[in-house]
Design a protein around this ligand. Sequence first.
Ligand code: HEM
Length: 473
Amino acid sequence: MTSPKSDIPGPKAWPIFGNILLVSQFNRATDRKKFVEKLTAKYGPIFRMFLGPYQIVLVQGHKHVLDVIRKRGHDFLDRPDFIPGIKLARNVVGGSGIVFANGDEWKGRRKFALQAMRDFGVGKTSLEEKVLEEMQNIAEDLEKTKGAEITDVKTMMLKASCNIIHSLIFGYRYKHDNESLHKLIKTMDEIFSGPGPLTASGIFPILNVLTKDSVRVRVEGFTTLKKYIDEHISEHRESFDPKNIRDFIDMYLEAEKDENERTSSLNPGGLFSTITDLFAAGTDTIATTLDWSLLFMIQYPDIQKRCQEEITKVIGAGRMVRISDRRRLLHTEATIMEIQRLSNIALFTLPHVSVCDTTINGYKIPKNTIIIPSLVSVHLDETIWTDPTEFNPGRFLNNNNEIINKEYLMPFALGPRSCPGESLARTELFLIFSNLLQRFEFSKVDSSDILSFEGITGITQAPSPYRLKADLR
Ligand code: HEM
C-alpha cells in the first residue's frame, strides 16, 4: 500500500488514511486561523493534506485566491459531493439544496434563489420594511436592559436575521419572545454547529457510531425542521393562488409546475434542502457580523462617535435610516467594510473542487481535488493593506470621502460560487448597524474590560464572549 502522491508541499500522508487526524483537527479547531498559520510556517501559503484518498489544497494570498475563485472560477466550480458524509446528508434531507449541489441542480436552484430574493427582497421597500421592523424589535430588547450588562448580543441578532429569512420564505415573522422562533433557532444550531463533512466521520460514516449523541441530536433536528417546513409547504399548496405569489414557497410551487424545471432542479427534495440552506447560510452569518460590529464599537468609541455624528448630521433623530441614505453615510459604510475585513466570519470559502486537471501557481491539481481558498489571508495580506491588523475604516475612504479599495474586500467571496445572499446581507447589515448607532451609545461595562479579537471558530468565526451596555442617546 503506497502513500498518496502530490507535488504540493504538505505533511507526510499515510496509506488509506492520508492526514485524516490533521484534517479532522483543522475542522474541529476553535482557532482555525492559528492552526493554519502553523502549517503555513512549515509548508508555505499553498499546502495540501489528504483526507483518506481525497487531496485538500489550502490556497492563501490575494493573487492565488482571486485566481481560483474569480479568474478561473469555472475550473474550481464544484463542491465535493463525492465525500460519503455529504452523500449521506443529501439522502437524509432528500436533496442537495444550493450549498453542496453541483451541475444543473445547482445552477437551477441558485438562479431561482437569486430571482426569489430579487422579487421578494433586495431593492424592494417590502424588504426594507421587514428589516426595519426587526431593527425596532432589537431596539426594544436593548431598551429593556436599561443600560445594564448584556452578554449575548448574538441571540438578540439571531432573532432578527432568522425572522427576515423566515418572512421571505414563509411569508410571516414571529415576535422576538415567541417560543416557535426560539425553537427554530435552537434546531438550526443543533443541525449546523458540528465540524462539517471534511472529517474522519465524513469519509468513514461508520465512525458516527462513536459520536452517537451528536448524530442523534442532528437527525432529531433535521426531523423537527422537516416537519416544520413540510407543514408550511402543505398549507401553501392548499391556499396557493397563482395570481397572488406571496413568498419563496409560492414561487417554487409556481415554477415546479413546469415539467422541465421539476425534473432538473425544482423538485420537492430540492425545495426542502434549498430552504434549509438559506436558513443555514443566511441566519448565523448576519447575527455573527452584528455581534462583531458592537464589539468593535465598544473598543473604538471614537469611531462609533464618528458614525453617530455622521448619522445625526445627515438624518437627524426624527426618522429611521433608510437604504437610500447609504450613499450619504460613507463613514458608516466604511466602518461596516472594516468590520467585515477584520472579523472574517468566513475565514475560508466553502470547499471548492477542481472540475478538470489544472494548476495553481505551477502546482499540478488533478480533477476532483478539494480546494479551500482562504479569505482571511486576503483580508490580512500585507502586500495589499497598510497595517492590516489595525482597525481603520479610513482605509476605505479617500480625501473626498469617497469609498475606495473595495476590490480586495471579499467577505462574500467572488466568482461564480460567491454568496448569492450578498445584497440581502448588505442591506440587513447597513440598516441594523446604522439604526442601532442612531439610537444607542454602546460601551464597555467597565472601562478596564479587556476585549479579545481572536475569535472562536464554529459555524462561523464568532467573537469571544464579551459584555457591553447600551444607553439611549
Ligand atoms: C454577512 C453575511 C454573509 C457572509 C459573510 C456570507 C459569506 C458567504 C461565503 C464566503 C460563501 C462561500 C462562497 C464560496 O464557496 O466561494 C457563501 C455562500 C453562500 N451563501 Fe452566504 N454569506 C452571508 C449571508 C448570506 C445570506 C443572507 C444568504 C441567503 C439568504 C446566503 C446564502 C448563501 C448560499 C446559498 C451560499 C452557497 C452558494 C453556492 O454554493 O452557490 N449567505 N456565503
